[in-house]
Write a protein that binds this ligand. Sequence first.
Ligand code: NDP
Length: 291
Amino acid sequence: GSATVTVLGLGMMGHALAKSFQRNGYRTVVWNRTAAKAADLIEDGATLAASVGDAVAAGRLLIVCLSDYDSVHEILDPLDGALDGRVLVNLTSGTSAQARQTAEWAARQGCVYLDGAILGVPAAIGSTDAEIIYSGPRGAFDTHEETLQKLGRATYLGEDHGLSSLHDVAILTLMWGILNAFLHSAALLGAAGVRADAFAPLATRGVRTVSEWLTGYARQIDARDYPVLDATIHTHLATMAHVVEECEAAGVSAEIPSFVKALADRAVAAGRGDEGYAALIELFRADSVTP
Ligand code: NDP
C-alpha cells in the first residue's frame, strides 16, 4: 500500500498539512483533541485515530503541529514507550531552547527527532509559497525529504535542533520590521488623504529594491567592516530628522522614526558616522548590549 503519515493536531495549520499529504496520495492518519475538525478529512479518506496512542501506532512518520511545545508534551509525554523507533517531526512554533529540550526528551523515548518551523500561511501549504525549515539529524531529513517536500519547500539547516526555531524567530523579526514600516508609512500618507492601495505599488518596489541590498550588507556584517558604498550614516541621520518632523507635523506616531533616528545618533556618538549603514549592526550585537 501507499506510505502512511500521521498528523497530530488539526488546527488551521495541522489541517492544511494533513490535507496536503492526503492530496498527494499518502495514507493519512489524523488525531485532534477536538475530533470534529477531522470531519472533511475523513470524508476524503483520512483515518481518524481514537487516541494519540492509536495515531502513533499507525505509522513510523509522525507530524505534530499544535499551539505550543507545552501542548506537544501534554499529548506525547504520557505515551510510555510508544514513540520508540518512530520519527517525530515537530512543526510547532517555539524557541530554540524548547526545540533542544524536546530533542533530548525524544532521544530518551528512542525516537528520531526533527524540529521544524513553517514560514507561510495554511493556504500556502502544498506549494512553494510555503517554506518549511528543518533541523536535526541529516539522515532523517534525507530519508523523509520527498515526503516533507509535499508540504512546501523543505530546507535543511543543520544538526543542531535549535536552528529551525532560531531562523523562524529571525524571519519573524524581519517580517514585523517590514510590516510595521509599511503600516507606519501608510498612516503618514493616510493623514494626507493618500489611500494605501495607491501607495502599495511604490512600497512594493521599495521593499524589493532594499531586499537587493541584503547580500552586500551580509558581506560587510561577516567581515565586521563597513566601508561606505552609497551614503554615510551622517547622511542617513539628516534624512531621519525629516521623517520625524514630517510625522510630528502630520500628527501621526513618530515612535518608529524616532527610534530609528536614536539608533543612528548612537552610531554617530560611537564614531561610526562616516561608515556605511550596515555598521548599525554593532548596536545590536550580543557583545555590545549592556545589561
Ligand atoms: P490553531 O489555534 O488553529 O490550532 C491549534 C492546535 O493545537 C489545535 O489542533 C488544538 O486542538 C491544538 N491544541 C492546543 N492546545 C492543546 C492541548 N493542550 N492538547 C491538545 N491539543 C492542543 O493554530 P494553528 O494551527 O494556526 O498553529 C499551530 C502551530 O503552527 C503554531 O505553533 C503556529 O505558530 C504555527 N504556525 C501557524 C501559522 C498560521 O498561519 N496559522 C504559520 C506558521 C506557523 P483543538 O482543535 O482541540 O483546539
